[in-house]
Design a protein around this ligand. Structure first.
Ligand code: BYC
Length: 338
């Protein structure tokens, strides 16, 4: 066995032990190439989703019905940008620079969540996105706080705290609309009708068609399967919809006493596949907007890089100066006089 083989065997043993005892893997730990790859894929796609996810809501900032609603929505959209930053930082610790991750998004090689390819047509959609989309996000992401990769799990803790606030604000918008005029209630119901199916699809394809789940669960990245989390979400939102006075658009939705869960109807998986291949109702528009934002932000990146370079030069000069000022050790002084 060569020294390299030895190091890999030792690394693998340490990694297996961390996973077996449900501990955290940290950036400097040895990890299998496929573990690194699948995490880079999931974490960066999650980051892309947060950034693209700003678009449907940003679309309503200028049209929010009051100053208070506008401030709340602006804060929420800014939170999503922050989530993107935490997640890109976590992804970078796996070794791929952010510029490359971004390039994967802009070139269409990386996915982002299917849900953000749907339009936000009315103000009630802000409620439905908050309640259903952020609600699904919480269901999916709370278990990710225990993901085996340390930087991802820790980023998720902060994100989930903010998502809970987002879900509450969505709920509150829908509650007010569903207890308002007939026209407002209708608008709320239509928004829920449009977002219910796509929100359930956020959890990913059914378990039988999910190529990554088994390995991700064995590595303690995912803690539950796509269908388990989807079921948890359905069970959570049925009583919430009742409290809102709104219905969920699924004739097959019914309590199953034997299973202790709600049964729900088959989702449109053909549509899902088409959306994740970039053929969703807003896919072209979302990517166009993202590319424009990236190009328009070039001067900010250049200015930040120039500033960082100047700071680094100033700090190097300062260090050199202070090292010549510093009293030299006696041995050096002796050497200097000798
Ligand atoms: N949309 O083997 P599977 C948010 C892809 S942000 C698009 O089950 P995995 C929010 C999947 O990537 C919401 N693609 O995959 C932000 C894979 O393709 P690749 C984002 C999807 O990874 C702003 C293929 O289908 N949340 O909440 O085991 C405002 C096969 O799937 C989708 C996250 O990213 C989808 N819905 O499981 C408001 C959470 N589903 O990559 C809210 C973190 C699947 O092999 N991610 N695909 O080409 C995860 O938990 C998992 O990655 C998923 C998928 C459950 C999404």
């Amino acid at each position: 066995m060569t020294t390299t083989d030895d190091a890999v065997a030792q690394g693998q043993e340490h990694f297996d032990a961390l996973i077996a005892e449900d501990s955290r893997v940290e950036p400097r730990d040895w990890m299998p190439a496929d573990y690194r790859k699948t995490l880079t894929r999931q974490v960066s796609q999650h980051a892309h989703s947060e950034i693209i996810g700003m678009q449907p809501e940003a679309n309503w900032i200028t049209r929010a019905p009051s100053l208070k609603r506008k401030s709340i929505l602006m804060a929420k959209v800014q939170d999503e940008a922050g989530h993107g930053l935490y997640l890109y930082s976590a992804a970078e610790t796996l070794g791929t620079p952010r510029s490359e991750l971004n390039e994967q998004l802009l070139s269409g090689r990386a996915k982002y969540s299917s849900i953000f390819n749907y339009p936000a047509r009315t103000w009630a959609d802000m409620g439905a996105i908050g309640w259903l989309v952020d609600g699904a996000a919480i269901c999916n992401q709370v278990p990710l706080c225990r993901a085996s990769y340390g930087p991802y799990g820790r980023a998720m803790v902060r994100i989930c705290k903010e998502e809970s606030f987002h879900q509450r604000q969505g709920w509150e918008i829908l509650y007010e609309l569903s207890h308002g005029t007939e026209a407002q209630k209708k608008m709320a119901q239509e928004a829920v009708n449009r977002f219910y199916g796509p929100a359930l699809q956020m959890f990913g394809p059914p378990d039988g068609d999910s190529p990554n789940s088994q390995q991700s669960m064995a590595w303690n990245i995912k803690r539950f399967s796509n269908d388990e989390l989807r079921q948890r979400f359905v069970d959570m939102i049925v009583p919430q919809a009742e409290a809102l006075g709104l219905s969920l658009p699924d004739p097959d939705l019914a309590w199953n006493e034997e299973r202790g869960h709600y049964d729900y109807g088959e989702l449109d998986w053909e549509e899902f596949m088409s959306v994740i291949k970039g053929r969703g109702p807003c896919s072209v528009q979302r990517m166009k907007r993202r590319r424009e934002a990236h190009e328009n932000g070039a001067w900010v990146r250049e200015a930040a890089a120039a500033y960082a370079e100047r700071q680094a030069m100033a700090s190097a000069t300062h260090q050199n100066e202070s090292s010549t000022d510093r009293p030299r050790p006696a041995a050096q002084l002796i050497g200097a006089t000798a």
